[in-house]
Design a binder for this molecule. Structure first.
Ligand SMILES: NC(=O)c1ccc[n+]([C@@H]2O[C@H](COP(=O)([O-])OP(=O)(O)OC[C@H]3O[C@@H](n4cnc5c(N)ncnc54)[C@H](O)[C@@H]3O)[C@@H](O)[C@H]2O)c1
Ligand SMILES: O=c1ccn([C@@H]2O[C@H](COP(=O)(O)OP(=O)(O)O[C@H]3O[C@H](CO)[C@@H](O)[C@H](O)[C@H]3O)[C@@H](O)[C@H]2O)c(=O)[nH]1
Length: 430
Protein backbone atom coordinates (compact mmCIF):
# COMPACT_ATOMS: atom_id res chain seq x y z
CA UNK A 1 0.00 0.00 0.00
CA UNK A 2 0.99 3.63 -0.26
CA UNK A 3 1.50 5.20 3.17
CA UNK A 4 2.44 8.66 4.41
CA UNK A 5 3.90 9.22 7.88
CA UNK A 6 3.72 12.77 9.21
CA UNK A 7 6.51 13.44 11.71
CA UNK A 8 9.83 11.74 11.26
CA UNK A 9 11.41 11.45 14.70
CA UNK A 10 12.05 8.27 16.70
CA UNK A 11 8.67 6.81 15.92
CA UNK A 12 7.94 8.24 12.46
CA UNK A 13 11.30 7.26 10.96
CA UNK A 14 11.29 3.79 12.50
CA UNK A 15 7.71 3.10 11.43
CA UNK A 16 8.35 4.42 7.89
CA UNK A 17 11.53 2.41 7.38
CA UNK A 18 9.93 -0.74 8.80
CA UNK A 19 6.78 -0.36 6.65
CA UNK A 20 9.08 0.04 3.61
CA UNK A 21 10.91 -3.13 4.68
CA UNK A 22 7.50 -4.87 4.87
CA UNK A 23 6.81 -3.95 1.23
CA UNK A 24 4.78 -0.73 1.43
CA UNK A 25 5.60 2.48 -0.48
CA UNK A 26 6.22 5.08 2.21
CA UNK A 27 6.73 8.82 2.31
CA UNK A 28 7.80 10.69 5.45
CA UNK A 29 6.54 14.26 5.79
CA UNK A 30 8.41 16.47 8.27
CA UNK A 31 8.84 20.22 8.74
CA UNK A 32 12.54 19.72 9.49
CA UNK A 33 14.55 19.98 6.25
CA UNK A 34 17.65 18.36 7.75
CA UNK A 35 15.66 15.24 8.63
CA UNK A 36 14.16 15.11 5.14
CA UNK A 37 17.58 15.51 3.51
CA UNK A 38 19.07 12.85 5.73
CA UNK A 39 16.42 10.23 4.91
CA UNK A 40 16.60 10.95 1.17
CA UNK A 41 20.38 10.56 1.35
CA UNK A 42 19.88 7.10 2.88
CA UNK A 43 20.89 8.06 6.42
CA UNK A 44 18.69 7.59 9.49
CA UNK A 45 18.23 10.96 11.25
CA UNK A 46 18.29 9.24 14.67
CA UNK A 47 20.52 6.58 16.17
CA UNK A 48 18.70 3.22 16.45
CA UNK A 49 20.28 -0.20 15.90
CA UNK A 50 19.28 -1.57 12.48
CA UNK A 51 17.64 1.66 11.31
CA UNK A 52 20.57 2.90 9.21
CA UNK A 53 20.53 -0.32 7.21
CA UNK A 54 16.78 -0.10 6.55
CA UNK A 55 16.90 3.57 5.53
CA UNK A 56 19.94 2.95 3.32
CA UNK A 57 18.24 -0.04 1.65
CA UNK A 58 14.90 1.61 0.94
CA UNK A 59 15.64 5.34 0.50
CA UNK A 60 15.09 6.42 -3.09
CA UNK A 61 12.99 3.32 -3.69
CA UNK A 62 10.14 2.44 -1.31
CA UNK A 63 11.05 5.19 1.17
CA UNK A 64 11.31 8.91 0.61
CA UNK A 65 10.91 12.09 2.64
CA UNK A 66 9.58 15.56 1.94
CA UNK A 67 8.51 18.77 3.66
CA UNK A 68 5.54 18.99 1.28
CA UNK A 69 2.18 17.77 2.64
CA UNK A 70 0.98 17.34 -0.98
CA UNK A 71 2.80 13.99 -0.88
CA UNK A 72 -0.10 12.50 1.11
CA UNK A 73 -2.39 12.87 -1.91
CA UNK A 74 -0.72 9.94 -3.61
CA UNK A 75 -1.12 7.69 -0.53
CA UNK A 76 -3.96 5.52 0.85
CA UNK A 77 -3.40 6.21 4.54
CA UNK A 78 -1.54 8.72 6.75
CA UNK A 79 -0.02 8.02 10.16
CA UNK A 80 0.42 10.99 12.54
CA UNK A 81 3.68 10.54 14.47
CA UNK A 82 4.02 14.05 15.91
CA UNK A 83 5.38 14.93 19.34
CA UNK A 84 2.88 15.20 22.22
CA UNK A 85 4.90 16.93 24.96
CA UNK A 86 3.72 18.18 28.35
CA UNK A 87 2.34 21.59 29.20
CA UNK A 88 3.68 23.26 32.38
CA UNK A 89 0.97 21.55 34.45
CA UNK A 90 1.76 18.11 33.02
CA UNK A 91 -1.28 18.01 30.72
CA UNK A 92 -0.77 17.00 27.09
CA UNK A 93 0.25 19.67 24.58
CA UNK A 94 -1.59 18.86 21.36
CA UNK A 95 -0.17 21.84 19.44
CA UNK A 96 1.84 19.81 16.89
CA UNK A 97 -1.01 17.31 16.45
CA UNK A 98 -3.51 20.11 15.80
CA UNK A 99 -1.17 21.90 13.38
CA UNK A 100 -0.47 18.70 11.46
CA UNK A 101 -4.17 17.73 11.39
CA UNK A 102 -5.03 21.16 9.94
CA UNK A 103 -2.28 20.92 7.28
CA UNK A 104 -3.36 17.38 6.45
CA UNK A 105 -7.00 18.46 6.19
CA UNK A 106 -6.15 21.35 3.84
CA UNK A 107 -4.25 18.91 1.65
CA UNK A 108 -6.94 16.21 1.72
CA UNK A 109 -9.47 18.74 0.40
CA UNK A 110 -7.97 18.01 -3.03
CA UNK A 111 -8.25 14.22 -2.72
CA UNK A 112 -11.19 12.56 -4.44
CA UNK A 113 -10.99 9.03 -3.10
CA UNK A 114 -11.06 7.48 0.35
CA UNK A 115 -8.29 8.17 2.89
CA UNK A 116 -7.52 6.72 6.33
CA UNK A 117 -5.88 8.90 9.01
CA UNK A 118 -4.23 6.99 11.84
CA UNK A 119 -3.04 8.57 15.10
CA UNK A 120 0.28 6.95 16.01
CA UNK A 121 1.27 9.49 18.65
CA UNK A 122 0.42 8.92 22.29
CA UNK A 123 -2.69 11.02 22.95
CA UNK A 124 -5.19 11.13 25.82
CA UNK A 125 -8.53 9.33 25.37
CA UNK A 126 -10.99 10.93 22.92
CA UNK A 127 -8.29 13.02 21.15
CA UNK A 128 -8.56 11.19 17.82
CA UNK A 129 -12.37 11.37 17.73
CA UNK A 130 -12.85 14.81 19.29
CA UNK A 131 -9.76 16.79 18.22
CA UNK A 132 -8.07 15.19 15.19
CA UNK A 133 -11.16 14.12 13.24
CA UNK A 134 -13.01 17.46 13.57
CA UNK A 135 -9.88 19.47 12.64
CA UNK A 136 -9.42 17.47 9.45
CA UNK A 137 -13.13 17.84 8.68
CA UNK A 138 -12.94 21.60 9.16
CA UNK A 139 -9.83 22.07 7.02
CA UNK A 140 -10.86 19.65 4.25
CA UNK A 141 -14.60 20.25 4.05
CA UNK A 142 -14.95 16.46 4.13
CA UNK A 143 -16.88 14.26 6.55
CA UNK A 144 -15.34 11.66 8.85
CA UNK A 145 -16.90 8.22 8.40
CA UNK A 146 -17.99 9.22 4.93
CA UNK A 147 -15.12 10.70 2.86
CA UNK A 148 -12.37 9.56 5.22
CA UNK A 149 -11.94 7.52 8.40
CA UNK A 150 -9.90 8.07 11.54
CA UNK A 151 -8.11 5.36 13.52
CA UNK A 152 -5.68 5.01 16.41
CA UNK A 153 -2.69 2.66 16.49
CA UNK A 154 -0.52 3.15 19.60
CA UNK A 155 3.19 2.40 19.39
CA UNK A 156 5.01 0.36 22.05
CA UNK A 157 8.58 0.43 20.74
CA UNK A 158 11.41 1.30 23.13
CA UNK A 159 14.33 3.55 22.28
CA UNK A 160 17.47 1.54 21.65
CA UNK A 161 15.47 -1.44 20.32
CA UNK A 162 12.98 0.46 18.16
CA UNK A 163 13.33 -1.58 14.95
CA UNK A 164 13.37 -4.92 16.74
CA UNK A 165 10.33 -3.91 18.86
CA UNK A 166 8.34 -2.65 15.86
CA UNK A 167 9.01 -5.74 13.77
CA UNK A 168 8.42 -8.13 16.69
CA UNK A 169 5.56 -6.67 18.74
CA UNK A 170 3.89 -8.43 21.70
CA UNK A 171 0.59 -7.12 20.35
CA UNK A 172 -0.83 -4.80 17.71
CA UNK A 173 -3.63 -2.48 18.83
CA UNK A 174 -6.00 -1.13 16.18
CA UNK A 175 -8.68 1.37 17.19
CA UNK A 176 -11.36 2.39 14.72
CA UNK A 177 -15.12 2.61 14.37
CA UNK A 178 -15.91 1.55 10.80
CA UNK A 179 -15.48 -1.73 8.95
CA UNK A 180 -13.81 0.15 6.10
CA UNK A 181 -11.14 1.54 8.47
CA UNK A 182 -10.48 -1.91 9.95
CA UNK A 183 -10.20 -3.41 6.44
CA UNK A 184 -7.63 -0.78 5.51
CA UNK A 185 -5.70 -1.33 8.78
CA UNK A 186 -5.76 -5.11 8.18
CA UNK A 187 -4.19 -4.59 4.76
CA UNK A 188 -1.51 -2.28 6.18
CA UNK A 189 -0.60 -4.61 9.04
CA UNK A 190 -0.93 -7.99 7.23
CA UNK A 191 2.79 -8.17 6.29
CA UNK A 192 3.81 -7.30 9.88
CA UNK A 193 1.42 -9.85 11.38
CA UNK A 194 2.84 -12.51 9.09
CA UNK A 195 6.49 -11.60 9.70
CA UNK A 196 6.03 -11.34 13.48
CA UNK A 197 4.44 -14.82 13.70
CA UNK A 198 0.83 -13.80 14.31
CA UNK A 199 0.98 -11.67 17.47
CA UNK A 200 -2.40 -10.86 19.04
CA UNK A 201 -4.23 -8.10 17.13
CA UNK A 202 -6.50 -6.16 19.48
CA UNK A 203 -9.36 -4.47 17.62
CA UNK A 204 -11.11 -1.81 19.61
CA UNK A 205 -12.38 1.78 19.58
CA UNK A 206 -10.09 4.78 19.07
CA UNK A 207 -10.46 6.01 22.68
CA UNK A 208 -9.79 2.52 24.05
CA UNK A 209 -6.66 2.28 21.86
CA UNK A 210 -5.52 5.65 23.22
CA UNK A 211 -6.08 4.51 26.81
CA UNK A 212 -4.33 1.15 26.23
CA UNK A 213 -1.12 3.06 25.48
CA UNK A 214 -1.34 5.09 28.71
CA UNK A 215 -2.35 2.06 30.75
CA UNK A 216 0.64 0.15 29.35
CA UNK A 217 3.14 2.88 30.25
CA UNK A 218 1.45 3.71 33.57
CA UNK A 219 1.59 0.06 34.59
CA UNK A 220 5.26 -0.36 33.67
CA UNK A 221 6.28 2.91 35.36
CA UNK A 222 4.28 1.98 38.48
CA UNK A 223 5.81 -1.50 38.50
CA UNK A 224 9.30 0.05 38.64
CA UNK A 225 8.16 2.50 41.35
CA UNK A 226 6.68 -0.33 43.40
CA UNK A 227 9.97 -2.22 43.01
CA UNK A 228 11.75 0.95 44.23
CA UNK A 229 9.34 1.34 47.16
CA UNK A 230 9.96 -2.29 48.17
CA UNK A 231 13.72 -1.91 47.64
CA UNK A 232 13.72 1.21 49.86
CA UNK A 233 12.02 -0.84 52.60
CA UNK A 234 14.58 -3.62 52.08
CA UNK A 235 17.37 -1.10 52.62
CA UNK A 236 15.91 0.05 55.94
CA UNK A 237 16.14 -3.55 57.18
CA UNK A 238 19.50 -4.40 55.59
CA UNK A 239 17.75 -6.85 53.28
CA UNK A 240 19.20 -7.52 49.80
CA UNK A 241 16.55 -6.05 47.47
CA UNK A 242 17.92 -7.77 44.36
CA UNK A 243 17.40 -11.18 45.94
CA UNK A 244 13.88 -10.20 46.95
CA UNK A 245 12.88 -8.74 43.57
CA UNK A 246 14.47 -11.61 41.63
CA UNK A 247 12.47 -14.04 43.74
CA UNK A 248 9.11 -12.33 43.35
CA UNK A 249 9.75 -12.04 39.61
CA UNK A 250 9.67 -15.84 39.44
CA UNK A 251 5.95 -15.73 40.21
CA UNK A 252 4.42 -15.86 36.75
CA UNK A 253 1.70 -13.46 37.92
CA UNK A 254 4.39 -10.84 38.64
CA UNK A 255 7.07 -11.51 35.99
CA UNK A 256 10.69 -10.42 36.17
CA UNK A 257 10.79 -7.55 33.68
CA UNK A 258 10.64 -3.92 34.81
CA UNK A 259 11.48 -4.89 38.38
CA UNK A 260 14.92 -3.25 38.17
CA UNK A 261 15.13 -1.07 41.29
CA UNK A 262 17.38 1.97 41.47
CA UNK A 263 17.37 5.61 40.52
CA UNK A 264 13.99 5.34 38.77
CA UNK A 265 12.52 5.95 35.35
CA UNK A 266 13.26 8.73 32.88
CA UNK A 267 13.07 9.08 29.11
CA UNK A 268 10.77 10.80 26.68
CA UNK A 269 7.71 8.69 27.54
CA UNK A 270 7.13 7.47 31.12
CA UNK A 271 7.41 10.91 32.81
CA UNK A 272 5.31 12.79 30.25
CA UNK A 273 2.74 10.03 29.80
CA UNK A 274 2.15 9.49 33.53
CA UNK A 275 1.83 13.28 33.92
CA UNK A 276 -0.59 13.52 30.97
CA UNK A 277 -2.92 10.76 32.13
CA UNK A 278 -2.88 12.08 35.72
CA UNK A 279 -3.81 15.56 34.42
CA UNK A 280 -6.48 14.06 32.14
CA UNK A 281 -7.98 12.08 35.05
CA UNK A 282 -8.06 15.21 37.22
CA UNK A 283 -9.75 17.17 34.43
CA UNK A 284 -12.65 14.73 34.85
CA UNK A 285 -12.63 14.97 38.64
CA UNK A 286 -10.82 11.69 39.37
CA UNK A 287 -7.71 11.64 41.59
CA UNK A 288 -5.38 8.81 40.44
CA UNK A 289 -3.74 8.06 43.80
CA UNK A 290 -1.65 5.02 42.88
CA UNK A 291 -0.22 6.68 39.78
CA UNK A 292 0.58 9.87 41.69
CA UNK A 293 2.38 7.77 44.31
CA UNK A 294 4.40 6.08 41.53
CA UNK A 295 5.48 9.53 40.32
CA UNK A 296 6.31 10.67 43.88
CA UNK A 297 8.49 7.61 44.55
CA UNK A 298 10.26 8.20 41.25
CA UNK A 299 10.89 11.87 42.03
CA UNK A 300 12.37 10.98 45.44
CA UNK A 301 14.96 8.40 44.33
CA UNK A 302 17.56 11.00 43.23
CA UNK A 303 17.06 12.85 46.55
CA UNK A 304 17.68 9.60 48.44
CA UNK A 305 20.90 9.14 46.49
CA UNK A 306 22.08 12.65 47.34
CA UNK A 307 21.23 12.01 51.00
CA UNK A 308 23.60 9.02 50.96
CA UNK A 309 26.34 11.34 49.69
CA UNK A 310 25.49 13.97 52.31
CA UNK A 311 25.89 11.28 54.99
CA UNK A 312 29.60 11.18 53.98
CA UNK A 313 30.33 14.86 53.41
CA UNK A 314 28.97 18.23 52.38
CA UNK A 315 29.41 18.28 48.56
CA UNK A 316 30.34 21.99 48.58
CA UNK A 317 33.78 22.24 46.94
CA UNK A 318 34.06 18.47 46.45
CA UNK A 319 34.66 16.90 43.05
CA UNK A 320 31.80 14.52 42.21
CA UNK A 321 31.80 12.23 39.17
CA UNK A 322 28.39 11.37 37.70
CA UNK A 323 28.76 8.15 35.70
CA UNK A 324 26.02 7.68 33.09
CA UNK A 325 24.08 10.61 31.65
CA UNK A 326 21.57 9.01 29.25
CA UNK A 327 18.12 8.02 30.57
CA UNK A 328 18.99 4.35 30.08
CA UNK A 329 21.88 2.40 28.54
CA UNK A 330 22.03 1.98 24.75
CA UNK A 331 20.93 5.50 23.85
CA UNK A 332 22.31 9.05 23.73
CA UNK A 333 18.89 10.42 24.75
CA UNK A 334 19.03 12.43 27.99
CA UNK A 335 15.38 13.51 28.09
CA UNK A 336 14.20 13.29 31.74
CA UNK A 337 17.36 11.36 32.58
CA UNK A 338 17.66 10.76 36.33
CA UNK A 339 21.19 12.17 36.02
CA UNK A 340 19.67 15.64 35.49
CA UNK A 341 18.23 16.16 39.00
CA UNK A 342 21.42 14.68 40.44
CA UNK A 343 23.65 17.14 38.57
CA UNK A 344 21.28 20.06 39.20
CA UNK A 345 21.32 19.47 42.97
CA UNK A 346 25.07 18.90 43.09
CA UNK A 347 25.75 22.14 41.20
CA UNK A 348 23.38 24.06 43.52
CA UNK A 349 25.20 22.56 46.52
CA UNK A 350 28.51 23.93 45.21
CA UNK A 351 30.03 20.64 44.02
CA UNK A 352 32.57 20.50 41.22
CA UNK A 353 30.77 18.04 38.91
CA UNK A 354 32.37 15.93 36.18
CA UNK A 355 30.05 13.89 33.95
CA UNK A 356 30.82 10.87 31.82
CA UNK A 357 28.74 8.85 29.39
CA UNK A 358 29.83 6.63 26.49
CA UNK A 359 27.48 8.41 24.02
CA UNK A 360 25.33 11.09 25.69
CA UNK A 361 27.97 13.65 26.69
CA UNK A 362 27.25 16.13 23.89
CA UNK A 363 23.52 16.12 24.63
CA UNK A 364 24.15 16.71 28.34
CA UNK A 365 26.66 19.46 27.53
CA UNK A 366 23.81 21.41 25.90
CA UNK A 367 21.81 21.04 29.12
CA UNK A 368 24.69 21.71 31.56
CA UNK A 369 27.37 23.61 29.58
CA UNK A 370 29.30 24.63 32.70
CA UNK A 371 30.20 21.32 34.32
CA UNK A 372 33.25 19.23 33.33
CA UNK A 373 32.96 16.23 31.04
CA UNK A 374 35.43 13.36 30.90
CA UNK A 375 36.18 11.20 27.89
CA UNK A 376 36.23 7.98 29.92
CA UNK A 377 34.94 6.72 33.25
CA UNK A 378 38.58 6.33 34.32
CA UNK A 379 39.27 10.01 33.60
CA UNK A 380 36.11 11.08 35.43
CA UNK A 381 37.28 9.22 38.54
CA UNK A 382 40.73 10.87 38.72
CA UNK A 383 40.79 13.05 41.87
CA UNK A 384 37.05 12.69 42.42
CA UNK A 385 35.84 12.64 46.01
CA UNK A 386 32.75 10.63 45.08
CA UNK A 387 31.23 8.82 42.12
CA UNK A 388 27.47 8.62 41.63
CA UNK A 389 26.36 5.95 39.14
CA UNK A 390 23.20 7.07 37.35
CA UNK A 391 22.90 4.75 34.31
CA UNK A 392 23.53 1.00 34.08
CA UNK A 393 25.98 0.98 31.17
CA UNK A 394 27.73 -2.43 31.05
CA UNK A 395 31.18 -0.83 31.10
CA UNK A 396 30.63 0.40 34.67
CA UNK A 397 30.47 -3.23 35.86
CA UNK A 398 34.08 -3.69 34.70
CA UNK A 399 35.49 -0.68 36.62
CA UNK A 400 38.10 -1.81 39.13
CA UNK A 401 41.56 -0.26 39.61
CA UNK A 402 40.19 2.96 38.07
CA UNK A 403 38.69 3.71 41.51
CA UNK A 404 42.22 3.86 42.96
CA UNK A 405 42.69 7.25 41.27
CA UNK A 406 39.90 8.81 43.36
CA UNK A 407 40.74 11.18 46.20
CA UNK A 408 38.09 9.73 48.49
CA UNK A 409 36.70 6.43 47.26
CA UNK A 410 33.01 7.05 47.87
CA UNK A 411 30.87 5.22 45.32
CA UNK A 412 27.07 5.54 45.47
CA UNK A 413 25.52 3.16 42.98
CA UNK A 414 22.09 4.09 41.65
CA UNK A 415 21.80 1.04 39.40
CA UNK A 416 23.56 -1.77 41.30
CA UNK A 417 25.99 -2.11 38.42
CA UNK A 418 29.42 -1.53 40.03
CA UNK A 419 31.18 -4.61 41.36
CA UNK A 420 31.89 -4.20 45.08
CA UNK A 421 35.57 -4.40 45.95
CA UNK A 422 37.85 -3.81 48.93
CA UNK A 423 39.00 -0.25 49.49
CA UNK A 424 35.78 1.39 48.31
CA UNK A 425 33.30 3.21 50.50
CA UNK A 426 30.55 1.63 48.38
CA UNK A 427 26.84 2.01 49.00
CA UNK A 428 24.00 0.99 46.74
CA UNK A 429 20.93 3.24 46.56
CA UNK A 430 18.68 0.17 46.97
N1 LIG B 1 10.16 7.89 21.31
C1 LIG B 1 9.57 6.75 21.66
O1 LIG B 1 10.23 5.80 22.10
C2 LIG B 1 8.08 6.59 21.53
C3 LIG B 1 7.52 5.31 21.61
C4 LIG B 1 6.14 5.16 21.48
C5 LIG B 1 5.33 6.28 21.28
N2 LIG B 1 5.89 7.51 21.22
C6 LIG B 1 5.01 8.66 20.93
O2 LIG B 1 5.12 8.96 19.53
C7 LIG B 1 4.98 10.37 19.31
C8 LIG B 1 6.20 10.89 18.56
O3 LIG B 1 7.31 10.73 19.39
P1 LIG B 1 8.81 10.82 18.83
O4 LIG B 1 9.69 10.37 19.96
O5 LIG B 1 8.91 10.15 17.52
O6 LIG B 1 8.93 12.41 18.63
P2 LIG B 1 10.14 13.22 17.98
O7 LIG B 1 10.19 14.53 18.65
O8 LIG B 1 11.37 12.35 17.93
O9 LIG B 1 9.68 13.43 16.44
C9 LIG B 1 8.59 14.21 16.04
C10 LIG B 1 8.84 14.77 14.63
O10 LIG B 1 7.67 15.51 14.23
C11 LIG B 1 8.11 16.62 13.46
N3 LIG B 1 7.05 17.63 13.42
C12 LIG B 1 6.66 18.48 14.40
N4 LIG B 1 5.60 19.21 13.99
C13 LIG B 1 5.32 18.84 12.71
C14 LIG B 1 4.34 19.21 11.75
N5 LIG B 1 3.41 20.13 12.03
N6 LIG B 1 4.34 18.59 10.54
C15 LIG B 1 5.26 17.66 10.25
N7 LIG B 1 6.22 17.24 11.13
C16 LIG B 1 6.25 17.83 12.34
C17 LIG B 1 9.39 17.08 14.14
O11 LIG B 1 10.20 17.83 13.26
C18 LIG B 1 10.02 15.71 14.54
O12 LIG B 1 10.92 15.25 13.53
C19 LIG B 1 4.76 10.98 20.71
O13 LIG B 1 3.39 11.08 20.94
C20 LIG B 1 5.38 9.94 21.64
O14 LIG B 1 4.81 9.99 22.92
C21 LIG B 1 7.25 7.70 21.31
O1 LIG C 1 13.40 -2.46 35.40
C1 LIG C 1 13.53 -1.31 34.96
C2 LIG C 1 13.28 -0.97 33.61
C3 LIG C 1 13.43 0.35 33.20
N1 LIG C 1 13.83 1.29 34.09
C4 LIG C 1 13.95 2.70 33.65
O2 LIG C 1 12.74 3.06 32.99
C5 LIG C 1 12.99 4.04 31.99
C6 LIG C 1 12.30 3.66 30.67
O3 LIG C 1 12.93 2.52 30.12
P1 LIG C 1 12.36 1.77 28.82
O4 LIG C 1 10.95 1.43 29.05
O5 LIG C 1 13.28 0.67 28.47
O6 LIG C 1 12.54 2.90 27.72
P2 LIG C 1 11.60 3.75 26.75
O7 LIG C 1 12.31 3.79 25.44
O8 LIG C 1 11.27 5.01 27.45
O9 LIG C 1 10.26 2.88 26.48
C7 LIG C 1 9.04 3.09 27.21
O10 LIG C 1 8.30 4.17 26.67
C8 LIG C 1 7.97 4.03 25.26
C9 LIG C 1 7.28 5.32 24.81
O11 LIG C 1 5.94 5.36 25.18
C10 LIG C 1 7.07 2.82 25.09
O12 LIG C 1 6.71 2.68 23.72
C11 LIG C 1 7.82 1.57 25.59
O13 LIG C 1 6.96 0.43 25.50
C12 LIG C 1 8.20 1.81 27.05
O14 LIG C 1 8.97 0.68 27.55
C13 LIG C 1 14.53 4.16 31.90
O15 LIG C 1 14.92 5.33 32.60
C14 LIG C 1 15.05 2.94 32.62
O16 LIG C 1 16.30 3.15 33.24
C15 LIG C 1 14.09 0.98 35.43
O17 LIG C 1 14.43 1.83 36.23
N2 LIG C 1 13.93 -0.33 35.81
Amino acid sequence: MKLSIIGSGYVGTTVAACFAELGHDVVNVDIDEDIVRSINAGNAPIHEPGLDELVETHAGDRLRATTDYEAVLDTDATFLALPTPSNEDGSIDLGAMKAAAASLGETLAAKDDYHLVVTKSTVVPTTTAEVIGPRIEEASGKTVGDDFDIAMNPEFLREGTAVEDFLGPDKIVLGASTERAFDCLDEIFAPLVERAGNPPVVKTGTSEAEMIKYANNAFLASKISLANDLANICKEFGVDSTEVLDAIGLDSRIGSSFLGAGLGWGGSCFPKDTAAIIAAARSRGYEPRVLQAAVDVNDEQPTRMLDLLADRFDPDGKRVAVLGLSFKPGTDDIRESRAIPLIQNLVEAGADVVGYDPVATENMREHFPDIDYASSAADALVDADAALVATDWDEFAALDSEFDEMRERVVIDGRRIVTRRDGLDYESLV
